[in-house]
Ligand binder design. Sequence first.
Ligand code: HEM
Length: 498
Amino acid sequence: MQIVTAIAIGFLLAGAIKIWIRLRPPSSLPRDLPRIPLYTVILALWWDLSNFEIYNRWIRAPLEKHGAVCVFHTGRWNVLVGHPGLVNELFRNEAVYSKAGNHVRAPSTALGALVGDNIVNSTQTNHRLYKSVMQPGLQRRFDAAPFIEKSRILVDRLIAAQKVESHRGVLVLPWLQKFTLDLVAVCFLGFEMKALNGAPVEQLLTQVKPGVFHPITMKFPAFDRLWWLVPSRRRIFQLVREFDHVLYTTVRQHTRSNPPGLSNMLSHLLEDALQSGQITDKQFRSNIIVTLMAGHDNTEFLFACGMMVLGRNPAIQDRLRTEVMAATGAEPAPDALSRLPYLTSFIYELLRLYPPISQMFNRMASRHASLGDRIPIQPQTSVAWTAYGLQTNPQIWGPTAAEFQPERWGSTVPEIQAAVRRETVRGHYIPFSAYSRKCPAQEFALLQVRVTLFELVRRIRWTVDPQAEIKMSSGTHTFPIGLRVIIDELDALDAVKV
Ligand code: HEM
């Protein structure tokens, strides 16, 4: 009996030492950078703090002073960079600060299993391969018709949902998820998902997402090593496999049966690469999944934040409505929409204060380096960046940094575009990242936002439900959980009168 107790204590001690070694800041971290204590991670989980709250409470002051800090995330210590020059250096030197996604940093997690090696998180040879195959599909000229059609269905659904919810506002995120999924499926994957009509694949994804992006496994991925012991995690891994299977079979059915002529459809490009042996079956699956994920959630979250801002600021909403209604009739001509200054500056300001990817932990130093000639970086050090930090830094944006002011970008479209280019080059403004790994679908996303905002303000007026308990998200993405809006349908005459 004594021997058994001694062995058990031995195991417990060994476990405790292993956890301590894993959790304490390693000596390889740059010595002069402040470390954000580990207890803040525990407190943030305990108090369920949002990303913005965590940043403003513990990270902003030291980061703005030193340009970078050390923080714990995805089961390891990272150098989080938030100084314009340092972020630019990071983005410019892909060979040194190479991508290392969750499949490398946390392969045992449900997220690692879901995404695998793909165009977003791969590096060097694989990235070149995926990019050469997928880029023509991500950057082809998109017809506005599906954007108009789907955004009209979205507005129909919102109006119908409000009729059902007679005493409170409509929960918008689920509708925006369906809408953005439908567009990604039709524009990149070559099939009609019909999520806005209740298709089962969207319902499956809705079950997968909260488990995959669970705040505890995002911070402490080691928990997922024991997934088979915990019934709820077993269920998530099972759902991930199911989702992968359903998406894979649906996409392949369509790529095989559809006629040529859709040659620049991303799924067809991947199918050709698979058939010719350029990529493996697993690489095909991972790139289909990442296209669906990256292609819908960022725009979904941006729309949700947009609806929140406009629902809280009727004056901005009315100004937007007046501008779009004066410039274009019921048919939104994409060219006409891109010439509207207030709509343009509203979108860039939304991306500044609510960057859908607020911070990103997916790079690792491949060799010794020196960030800004002052921060020594050891090989295998995880390096991350914060768009929220940079884009709300008062040293860069002045005393109104935290305020929503579309006018700050200028009053004409050329002026606004020049300001966006200038701030991007300076490393002040990075909602789509920058340099070789910047978002290749930026134009697609901006077109989608313009057309959808047009359709929303043309047909409905909304306010944020005062009863709604809204909380900003806690992961690396930015979205308002619990956002409900009260919707009034505008008839054509009302809309013109605004
Ligand atoms: C408002 C919408 C969007 C925002 C703010 C956004 C933002 C970003 C950011 C910040 C990155 C860099 C990520 C990193 O460093 O790991 C990125 C990369 C990427 N985005 Fe987007 N994105 C948006 C929409 C889309 C859409 C609609 C697609 C379509 C599939 C897409 C596909 C990609 C891909 C494939 C990459 C990886 C590029 C590479 O590494 O070569 N994004 N995006």
